[in-house]
Design a protein around this ligand. Structure first.
Ligand code: NDP
Length: 280
């Protein structure tokens, strides 16, 4: 059965699905088939990146799927090696060529790479790419409050989305507050903690049992109730459908708080701190 996913209106007026499909590691024909199965299950948001080397697989899935292009939302991301203004615009054009799509719905700066310090140029390029109609919405990923302040002060343009590592071990309380203050919708990457110990956390297992749900569904529902957009990746149709079935039950405020309380300062999965992490 196909699930209907609600949407959020972003500050630029576009409508982002409230839950998306992560495509990291899904490449080639096998990747395309997995993405097509996700679309068939009801996913409308596909999260890709230049560095996932699968924009072609995503574009193929979009073309081969019976769902009209305008109902799908395709995100890609600018790699750190292309932050300089001219290179960034070329990278957006490269994503269009690789995917074979006429436009992308959302383009994000993948990481701020503040040590290189070129993300301001990258942001100006994305603003211009949107004006030229290459992309419908623009945003950022892994941006800390100071990075957001800098690009907004420089251009006056607020990103529509900030995609950050977010799961109960790293619930991003302050970052979410900052995003909300600016009107930015937060997306959660590794929403299931990339299947780490979270899936066996007793607090979450107990809540799941009491609702007759799986731990993955409780985790994804927690994201939804925080108002963030989780983009879980799952290779096969069964988990893809399981992860979509979160819109017909709800957690109590106490349950949401108990899950958030699992957070810890060093809760990042791989210690990727955006203030020092280098991504090219
Ligand atoms: P996720 O938290 O989505 O976890 C994916 C893992 O969970 C896979 O091993 C998958 O296995 C397993 N899984 C999925 N569903 C279930 C389930 N119901 N029960 C048990 N296990 C399950 O991790 P990702 O790191 O992939 O994050 C999701 C997406 O976020 C990425 O694909 C990518 O699009 C994006 N991302 C963005 C980053 C950024 O810097 N902006 C960084 C990292 C990710 P299987 O596939 O075998 O089903």
């Amino acid at each position: 059965m196909t699930q209907d996913v609600p949407r959020y209106e972003l500050i630029d007026g576009t409508r982002l699905p409230a839950l998306g499909f992560g495509t990291y590691r899904l490449t080639g024909e096998e990747g395309t088939r997995s993405i097509m199965s996700a679309i068939e299950s009801g996913y409308r948001l596909l999260d890709s990146a230049v560095n996932y080397q699968n924009e072609d697989a995503v574009g193929d899935a979009v073309r081969r799927s019976p769902v009209p292009r305008e109902e799908l939302w395709v995100t890609s991301k600018l790699p750190g090696r292309d932050h300089a203004y001219a290179r960034a615009l070329e990278a957006v054009e490269g994503s269009l060529r690789a995917s074979g799509l006429e436009y992308l719905d959302l383009y994000l700066i993948h990481w701020p790479n503040p040590i290189e310090g070129l993300y301001l140029q990258a942001w100006r390029a994305l603003v211009d790419a949107r004006e030229r109609g290459l992309v419908r919405s623009i945003g950022v990923s892994n941006f800390l409050p100071e990075h957001l302040d800098r690009i907004v002060e420089d251009t006056g343009v607020v990103p529509s989305v900030n995609q950050v590592e977010l799961h109960p071990y790293f619930p991003q309380v302050e970052q979410r507050a900052k995003d909300a203050e600016l009107g930015i919708r937060t997306e959660s990457w590794s929403p299931l903690g990339r299947a780490n110990a979270l899936l066996g956390e007793p607090v979450i297992e107990n809540i799941a049992r009491s609702h007759g749900r799986t731990t993955a569904q409780v985790l994804l529902r927690w994201h939804h109730q925080l108002g963030t957009v989780p983009i879980p990746k799952a290779s096969g149709p069964q988990r893809q459908r399981e992860n979509l079935s979160i819109f017909d039950f709800s957690l109590s405020d106490e349950e949401v708080e108990a899950i958030t309380a699992l957070g810890r300062a060093d809760g990042r999965n791989k210690g990727q701190d955006p203030s020092v992490h280098q991504e090219f």
